[in-house]
Design a protein around this ligand. Structure first.
Ligand code: GLN
Length: 474
């Protein structure tokens, strides 16, 4: 019987020949088939994955050295380009579109012999917090199917939560990896902005977007990060900094300087059980010898509005390319002039939430309102960056909840977009300032659902973030 624990243990079993890659892939295909109601996968590349597994088994038996992700079964969010595979961002507007190249991150996984088993459901264009905005229908939380898995990378979270693949990729513009990880009881890592190339990641808000990782162990996340990170000539915003061997730097008993923000833990929207779970954890960390201190923070109520002004502005520009001419869907209506063709194509192709955000973004960028909204939101972003720079002079980490509540019931917030947006209160900060952040499972609420702890570190300090995460999770 196959039981996955970590990449290292899987590799050890392959090497001692008590398991093959084909057996692993067959196991996941069976699991995927047994849970169709979760709706995590859009496409399953069954034949391809099996063929690749056979090839890897053959090479290994011949004595070829194993790649660092040899036979690792990975699912990818439907916003990542994988050459010759359908790519739709869970949107009607990209129906029928096939990738003509692969994202750099995907190329790097494949170069290390990963097996991509399929692409995963998500909110349309990664806009949402519940995975209810997908043209393929909603995704269910495997721990309680009446609840959402979180979003926008809901399929990626559930695929790992329910054991449908070993690790998965998502994208995180405002929490879309950390929040579903929190709702599903797994690990979700958003690296520093620019750590991983965005080439081949469908853009939502380009100055926020970052590819992220879902896993059940810290070493697995560290290994994927190490493989995907680093300079790439196809993304001018990616960092050229050297990539540390994250996966080899995880162990150490350092005592860290940790801050928590008074306003974050005292916020009225925070579930009292989550607040007390986090406070207890802070006490425990103190008892273990870490320095744990409260810090005054007064900007919390500005960050969700700033995030939604800036990201919708960027989205309205990024999504202008879907016009019925270059990609995917084009209206079937005949006798239309060009403007009418654009209008009909976009009206038919985009879902409600995406339309709402394009309109919001167009509004905040319009000449008459630009200064009142866009410029002000940029100022808030600047203030936040300054505040974080100041905090990271004295601290290694900031600890916060990942989400103010546990997984919502399906449909609970769909009628109230503002309430949905406000629940992003703890995750959008890391994207506004570009810092890396991780959600680590912490405890279980009396409602039976898991909740996590979010740790944020200074830009490009993934080494400390992962070392500390390893302490927290082991
Ligand atoms: N929930 C946030 C939003 O709807 C985050 C999305 C994301 O990170 N892609 O914008």
């Amino acid at each position: 019987m196959f039981h996955y624990t970590s990449i290292a243990e899987y590799h050890a079993r392959l090497q001692e020949a008590s398991l093959t890659c084909v057996q692993a892939v067959e196991h996941y295909l069976t699991q995927i088939r047994s849970k169709p109601q979760l709706n995590a996968f859009i496409d399953v590349y069954a034949d391809e994955a099996l063929a690749k597994a056979r090839e890897l088994d053959r090479q290994r038996l011949e004595g070829t050295p194993m790649g660092r992700l040899h036979g690792v079964v990975i699912g990818i969010k439907d916003v990542l380009a994988y050459k010759d595979h359908a790519l739709t961002a869970a949107s009607g507007i990209l129906k029928g579109f096939t990738s003509v190249y692969s994202a750099t991150a995907i190329e790097r996984l494949l170069a290390e012999e990963a097996i991509i088993i399929g692409n995963l459901n998500c909110d349309e264009f990664a806009m949402g917090s519940t995975n209810e905005n997908s043209v393929y229908g909603k995704v269910l939380n495997a721990l309680d199917e009446s609840r959402v898995p979180g979003g926008s990378s809901g399929g990626s979270a559930v695929a790992v939560q329910a054991g449908l693949c070993m690790v998965s990729l998502g994208s995180d513009t405002g929490g879309s990896v950390r929040q579903p990880a929190d709702f599903c009881g797994i690990i979700g890592l958003k690296p520093t902005y620019g750590r991983i190339s965005r080439y081949g990641l469908i853009a939502y808000a380009s100055s926020f977007d970052q590819i992220g990782i879902f896993s059940t162990t810290v070493p697995d996340a560290a290994l994927l990060l190490e493989i995907m990170s680093g300079a790439d000539e196809f993304d001018s915003t990616v960092s050229h900094r050297e990539v540390p061997a994250y996966s080899k730097l995880l162990n150490g008993g350092e005592k860290y300087r940790i801050a928590w923000l008074d306003q974050a833990l005292e916020h009225p929207s925070l579930d009292p059980e989550i607040a007390s779970g986090i406070k207890q954890k802070l006490e425990a960390l103190k008892a273990e010898g870490h320095t744990v201190q409260p810090e005054k923070f007064e900007l919390l109520d500005y960050i969700v509005p700033a995030y939604y002004v800036l990201t919708t502005a960027e989205a309205s520009s990024n999504l202008s390319r879907y016009d019925g001419i270059k990609f995917g869907h084009r209206t079937a209506a005949k006798d239309t002039d060009l403007t009418e063709l654009y209008k009909r194509t976009r009206s038919e192709g985009f879902g409600k939430e995406v339309k709402r955000r394009i309109m919001l973004g167009t509004f905040v960028l319009s000449a008459g309102y630009y200064d009142a909204y866009f410029t002000r939101a940029q100022q808030v972003r600047q203030l936040l960056c300054r505040k974080m720079d100041e905090l990271f002079k004295s601290y290694d980490f900031i600890i916060m909840p990942t989400s103010p509540v546990t997984a919502f019931k399906a449909g609970e917030k769909t009628g109230d977009p503002i309430a949905m947006y406000l629940a992003d209160i703890y995750t959008v900060m890391a994207n506004l300032v570009g810092c890396p952040a991780i959600s680590i499972p912490l405890s279980t609420h009396s409602n039976g659902m898991p909740f996590g702890l979010q740790v944020m570190a200074n830009r490009f300090d993934e080494v400390s973030l992962l070392r500390f995460s390893q302490q927290l999770h082991s």
